[in-house]
Design a protein around this ligand. Structure first.
Ligand code: ADP
Ligand code: ZN
Length: 726
């Protein structure tokens, strides 16, 4: 009975045909006044688990949510579906807050969003107030914030434990996308809901395609990745604030619409950038992890990590921000073991051996993912204790054939190169050495060694792969310093003496990414119509001052452009169109569809729409032309100065310096071409002194006026080229 009513609300108020995953079960529990803990992946549909009960229960549902910035959007989205919802937070004027209180008292509100600190303010006035009204349910969103094991601990959440004491009769529903067992235990205990029912949904996100690329040359690879996605929204995560800014700049130079986001920007800038992104006015946000918790933008088509995240939980949560609308999306990670080593420094927690060990273990698991040769999805789900019974066929590794071969001779060459150069050199140097590079970087004394040049028949990239493989298998190791050297291990000698065979992975080109497997049967959608519908959506969103997805999601528009609804009844069959949205916007969208179908002599295909299948967008293929980098490089090789190139190409000098730095990294340019010998020495010592933290600006500060960022970058690039980690 209850559930029939819940389904009616799902259809009429929210426009959806069926419940997903554990939504139904969780709603049922709450309606029976039981406490519930809901673990569902990002985009799974946690909100409906409390929004639907809120509409069915008598009284007010109080939603605790950590992010003030998000509340307005959440409330706008509800109001747009005809739900009486409001929020209370510090961004509002007194008058606005008074109005909200009045609406609560009059019993008109069904949902109230508040921040935890607001709920449990000093003096507990607010609790007193809630005791004086009829509260039907507490919903604790992002409940993992209560656990110090989690990646996003917020001390204010601890206070929420009091709720059960004050309101023992009122059910609590706690929701999170983090499934870690320790976190889960904390949620039950700290919220005092030890007898709550637990609802765990599959964490699989079938519409996300996972892939990993080697970090070397990541910027160029990124450009190749982004080129066919110019019209799509995405998030690019970087480890440091400085790199978010410089990457956003570089992408802008390449004509992409990109803005940075990190905690060091002013509140206004952050808010502005976030809003531009939410409203589709800027396509790419280049961010530190400060960005995105709870970002409720459904049409994020890709999430890229330029640097390694600290653990698999964070990675999964961050990539989970892609494809909430169920459409085909991408998660791309640029990986190097060097990042693992770099992050080890951060994983150490002073005076807490136990926690440090957990962090290190998690970091290593993240490294394992980066280096994985088997199904990525399987690995990720296994991490969350979920077993996939077969490979997913929808990740880069599933699309690659891995074969092994007898690589003993290759291994011997590599190992002896390490031995002959006294175990002092970095990976790139060794590869250049093996390939007999004529570069000035190679020490003269090394050029006389027998091993010099014995690996010239193998490409640079392949050598990198083989070294990685040898390290993985323990035949070599990498020292743990900022500029790690490759060293021998106990097993090395056996190989060198010919007493042990080594199998290596055959290197095969990654297959062209396959078209989406999930949505092949859906008929193609009318792109021009989709664009027209988007324009209308943008106009409406502007008028109402809400993000576009609050009107209709991309998925809903694509359905419209696929099935061409021509009547109100047709329109209500589109996923995401409920009664309220139909009456608010239906006519305008129908009018555009009608005009379009008439002009193009099409008829409605709504009959083809089966209930469950959602149409998927297709991945476009990659077309890469000559990169902007190589253009700058060629001009430089032709004898032009950096300043000349900058002027001719209409770029900033720093951009050109950046371009050239890449060629220093690859050894195609020498750092001496750009920076004088004395300066190189000074910069080197500053870099070593500053280490990894603080980034360029700190190094620059140390060096002073006479040094440019470009010079510093060039020297670092040279460093990297000799010591790049596997
Ligand atoms: P979460 O909070 O778990 O990350 P949301 O509650 O924001 O996810 O839901 C993600 C998207 O999925 C929203 O656009 C929501 O409207 C949609 N959604 C939720 N439940 C359903 C359903 N049963 N059918 C179709 N779409 C749904
Ligand atoms: Zn797979």
């Amino acid at each position: 009975m209850n559930i029939t009513r819940a389904k009616e609300i799902l259809k009429h108020q929210f426009g959806y045909d069926s419940f997903r995953m554990n939504q139904e079960a969780a709603i049922e529990a709450v309606l029976e006044k039981k406490d519930a803990v809901v673990l569902m992946p990002t985009g799974g549909g946690k909100s409906l688990c409390y929004q639907i009960p809120a509409l069915m229960l008598d009284g007010l549902t109080v939603v605790v949510s950590p992010l003030i910035a998000l509340m307005k959007d959440q409330v706008d989205a509800l109001v747009n579906n005809g739900v009486n919802a409001a929020f209370l937070n510090s961004s509002q004027s007194n008058q606005e807050q008074i109005e909200v209180f009045q609406r609560i008292k009059s019993g008109d509100l069904k949902l109230l969003y508040v921040a935890p600190e607001r709920l449990l303010q000093s003096g507990e006035q607010f609790i007193d107030f809630l005791e004086s009204i009829n509260v039907s349910l507490f919903a604790i969103d992002e409940a993992h914030c209560i656990s110090s094991w989690g990646h996003d601990f917020r001390p204010e959440y601890i206070q929420l434990g009091k709720l059960k004491r004050y309101f023992p009769e009122i059910p609590i529903i706690a929701l999170t996308a983090t499934a870690d067992k320790l976190v889960r235990k904390d949620i039950f205990e700290r919220l005092n809901i030890t007898r709550a029912e637990l609802f765990i949904s599959s964490f699989n996100r079938p519409n996300i395609y996972y892939s990993v690329e080697q970090k070397r040359g990541s910027f160029e690879k990124l450009l190749d990745f982004l080129e066919p996605r110019r019209e799509e929204s995405g998030i690019i995560y970087c480890l440091s604030r400085a790199s978010t800014e410089s990457l956003a700049m570089d992408l802008k130079d390449e004509g992409f619409s990109a803005l940075p986001y990190h905690a060091g920007l002013t509140r206004e800038t952050r808010q502005k950038n976030q809003e531009l992104f939410l409203n589709d006015d800027v396509k790419i946000i280049v961010a530190t992890i400060a960005f995105g918790m709870g970002i409720d933008k459904s049409n994020v088509r890709f999430v890229v990590h330029m640097d390694l995240p600290k653990n698999v939980e964070s990675y999964y949560q961050e990539t989970g921000r892609a494809g909430r609308d169920g459409l085909e999306s991408r998660a791309l990670l640029f990986f190097s073991w060097g990042d693992v080593i770099k992050l080890k420094g951060f994983a150490e927690i002073e005076n807490n051996q136990q926690q440090s060990e957990i962090m290190l273990k998690k970091l290593n698991q993240m490294g394992e993912y980066g280096d994985l040769k088997s199904c990525r999805r399987r690995f990720l789900l296994k991490y969350f204790d979920e077993n996939l019974n077969k490979d997913c066929a929808h990740c880069d590794n599933c699309d690659t054939d891995f074969e092994k071969f007898d690589g003993t001779v290759i291994a011997q060459k590599a190992l002896s190169a390490v031995a002959r150069t006294d175990q002092k050199m970095g990976l790139t140097y060794l590869v250049d050495f093996l390939r007999g590079s004529k570069s000035q970087k190679i020490w003269d004394s090394h050029k006389n060694l027998k091993t010099y040049g014995v690996g010239a028949d193998i490409s640079k990239d392949d050598w990198f792969e083989y070294f990685r493989d040898l390290i993985q298998q323990g035949f070599l190791a990498q020292t743990e310093s900022q500029f790690p050297a490759i060293v021998l291990t106990e097993t090395s000698l056996d190989v060198l003496k010919g007493e042990r065979k080594v199998e290596l992975y055959k290197i095969t080109e990654k297959k062209e990414e396959k078209l989406s497997l999930v949505g092949q049967q859906a008929p193609p959608y009318e792109k021009p119509l989709f664009d027209e519908l988007k324009t209308l959506r943008t106009a409406l969103a502007r008028k109402e001052n809400v993000p576009p997805y609050v009107i209709f999601s991309d998925a809903a528009l694509i359905e419209m452009a696929t099935y061409l609804p021509l009547s109100t009844a047709d329109m209500l069959k589109i996923s995401g169109v409920g009664d309220v949205k139909m009456s608010k916007y239906g006519t305008e969208f129908l009018a555009i569809i009608a005009r379009y179908t008439e002009k193009n002599e099409l008829s409605s295909k709504i009959g083809l729409k089966s209930k469950r299948r959602e149409p998927k967008t297709r991945i476009k293929r990659n077309v890469s032309g000559e990169s902007t980098y190589s253009i700058s490089y060629k001009m430089f090789k032709d004898g032009k100065s950096v300043a000349d190139i900058a002027r001719e190409r209409g770029f900033a000098v720093s951009t050109i310096e950046n371009h050239l730095a890449k060629f220093i990294e690859t050894g195609e340019l020498s750092v001496n071409d750009l920076v004088s010998e004395e300066k190189i020495e000074a910069i080197r010592s500053a870099v070593i002194e500053c280490g990894d933290d603080g980034g360029l600006s700190k190094i620059k500060e140390k060096l002073g006026e006479n040094f440019t960022y470009g010079e510093i970058r060039a020297v670092i690039a040279d460093f990297m080229s000799n010591y790049a980690a596997a």
